[in-house]
Design a protein around this ligand. Structure first.
Ligand SMILES: Cc1ncc(COP(=O)(O)O)c(C=O)c1O
Length: 414
C-alpha cells in the first residue's frame, strides 16, 4: 500500500513492515549473521533460490527497511545503504567502471569526491575528465570513446552552482551512457530521481536524511531505467541477462558492495529511518531560514558577497527555480573580504557551530579554504569556488530571528 502514498507520507510509512509485537519503529536487528535449520536451506539462499538474510555485510533487515524507504522516495527502484556517502559513490563508480574507463565529472564537486576521482581512482586505471556542468556543449564535447559515466552534484558543494541535471542526463543518454547524480545537498525532497532523470543516485545520508548530525551513512538508488545491454558495458552482460534493467544493483550487490564491505550498520540504519520521517518539515525550514539569512547577509555592510541560488540576482536562480520548485536548500556562502575577517566572524558566532558537516538541525559554519579544501592548490580551489574569505553556512532549523541575530552580532563586532 505504501507505493500509492504521497512523498510526505512515504517519509513516515514507506517500506515499513509490521514489526514484532506491533512495533511501529523499525526493529534494530543487531546480528552479524542469520542461522538456518538445514544446510539445504542455507544453500538455497546462497544460490538465490530462496530469499533470506545471510550476513549483515550483505544485507540486514533493519538496513533493508531503510533501503525500501529511500528507493520509494526517489520514485521507485532498488537501493543499497552504505557506511557513508563516500562509500556509496565509490561503490557505484566501481560497479560501473573498469580500468581504462573514464568518468566525465562536473568540476564543481565536494572535496572528497574530487579527491576520489582525481587522486585515488587514477591509481587503479580509472581516470576522470572534469568539465563545467553549466556549459552543456562543453560537457557534451568532453565525452570520449572511453567515457563510461557522467557524474554531477545537484548543487555543487561548496560552489553552490546549480547545473541543469535533466539536460546533462539527456547528454549522457544520447551518448549511450548512464548519469550518476549526487543529490546530497537537495535531498529527494527538493527533487526525486524521476524529476532529475537520473539513472543512479549516490548520496550521503549523513546530512539531510539523518537531519540531526548523529549518523554517517550513504545510499545508492538504482532507478532501473538504464539499458546496460550495450557493447560499452560487456561486464554487465551476465547481470543484464538475469536481472534486466536492475543489472547495476545485481552487479553492485554480488560483487562490489559485497567485496568492498562498506555496509551500513543496523543501528545507523535505524537512526536514519527515524530521522528521514521529518525530512519534509525540516527542508521547508532549512530553505526558508537560508533565504532569510542570505537576504540579511546581503544587506550587511561587512559582507562582500553572498552566494545562494534563492537570491533573485543569483546566476543559478532560474534553473534552481525550475528544477526545485521555488526551494533552494539550506546551504549558502558569503565572503567578508579576507581570511582574517572570515575567521573573526566565525570566532564570534555563538549559536552557529564551527564544524565540518552540513544538513544538521543546527546552523553550522566552516571556513572551507583552511579546512575541508586545505589540501587543494589555488587552481583546484578555484574549480570548487573556494576563496580565502569564504564562509559556508549550513542553515539549521532554529528560529530564523535567532540565526540572524547571531550573524549580526558576529559581523558587527568583527
Ligand atoms: C555533496 C556531498 N557528497 C558526498 C559527501 C560524502 O558523504 P559522507 O561524509 O557521508 O561520506 C558529502 C559530505 O560532506 C557531500 O557534501
Amino acid at each position: 500500500m505504501t507505493q500509492t502514498l504521497r512523498f510526505d507520507s512515504l517519509l513516515v510509512h514507506g517500506g515499513l513492515e509490521p514489526g514484532p509485537a506491533g512495533a511501529t519503529a523499525v526493529p534494530i536487528v543487531q546480528s552479524s549473521s542469520f542461522a538456518y535449520h538445514s544446510a539445504e536451506d542455507l544453500e538455497d539462499v546462497f544460490r538465490g533460490r530462496a530469499v533470506g538474510q545471510v550476513y549483515t555485510r550483505l544485507g540486514n533487515p533493519t538496513t533493508e527497511a531503510l533501503e525500501r524507504r529511500l528507493a520509494l522516495l526517489e520514485g521507485g527502484g532498488a537501493a543499497i545503504a552504505t557506511a557513508s556517502g563516500m562509500a556509496a559513490i565509490t561503490t557505484a563508480v566501481l560497479t560501473i567502471l573498469r580500468a581504462g574507463d573514464e568518468i566525465l565529472s562536473s568540476s564543481s564537486l565536494f572535496g572528497g569526491t574530487f579527491s576520489l576521482f582525481r587522486d585515488t581512482l587514477s591509481n587503479y586505471g580509472i581516470t576522470t575528465r572534469f568539465a563545467d556542468p553549466l556549459d552543456l556543449d562543453g560537457f557534451r564535447n568532453a565525452i570520449t570513446e572511453r567515457t563510461r559515466l557522467l557524474f554531477v552534484e545537484t548543487v555543487g558543494n561548496p560552489k553552490l552552482d546549480v547545473p541543469d541535471v535533466p539536460a546533462l542526463a539527456r547528454i549522457a543518454h544520447d551518448a549511450g551512457l548512464p548519469i550518476l547524480v549526487d543529490s546530497t545537498v537537495t535531498s529527494p525532497y527538493l527533487a526525486d530521481g524521476v524529476r532529475l532523470e537520473a539513472d543512479i543516485l549516490a548520496y550521503s545520508t549523513s546530512k539531510y536524511i539523518n537531519g540531526t548530525g548523529t549518523t554517517i551513512g550513504g545510499a545508492i538508488i538504482d532507478r532501473g531505467v538504464f539499458n546496460w545491454d550495450s557493447p560499452k558495458f560487456p561486464h554487465f552482460a551476465q547481470f543484464h541477462k538475469k536481472y534486466r534493467s536492475f543489472a547495476f544493483t545485481a552487479r553492485a550487490r554480488k560483487l562490489v558492495h559485497k567485496d568492498v564491505g562498506a555496509c551500513a550498520a543496523p543501528f545507523n540504519s535505524y537512526l536514519l529511518t527515524e530521522g528521514v520521517q521529518t525530512l519534509a518539515l525540516r527542508m521547508e525550514r532549512h530553505c526558508s531560514n537560508a533565504l532569510e539569512l542570505a537576504r540579511f547577509l546581503k544587506s550587511h555592510p561587512k559582507v562582500a558577497w553572498v552566494r545562494y541560488p534563492g537570491l533573485e540576482d543569483s546566476p543559478h536562480h532560474a534553473v534552481a527555480t525550475r528544477l526545485y520548485g521555488g526551494r533552494y536548500g539550506g546551504l549558502l556562502a558569503f565572503g567578508t573580504g579576507d581570511k582574517a575577517s572570515a575567521f573573526s566572524v566565525i570566532n564570534r558566532l555563538k549559536l552557529a557551530k564551527n564544524l565540518a558537516n552540513i544538513g544538521d538541525a543546527k546552523t553550522l559554519v566552516i571556513h572551507p579554504a583552511s579546512t575541508i579544501c586545505a589540501d587543494y592548490n589555488a587552481e583546484d580551489k578555484g574549480l570548487m569556488g573556494v576563496t580565502e574569505d569564504m564562509v559556508r553556512v549550513s542553515t539549521g532549523i532554529e528560529d530564523c530571528l535567532d540565526i540572524i541575530d547571531d550573524f549580526k552580532q558576529a559581523l558587527d563586532a568583527a
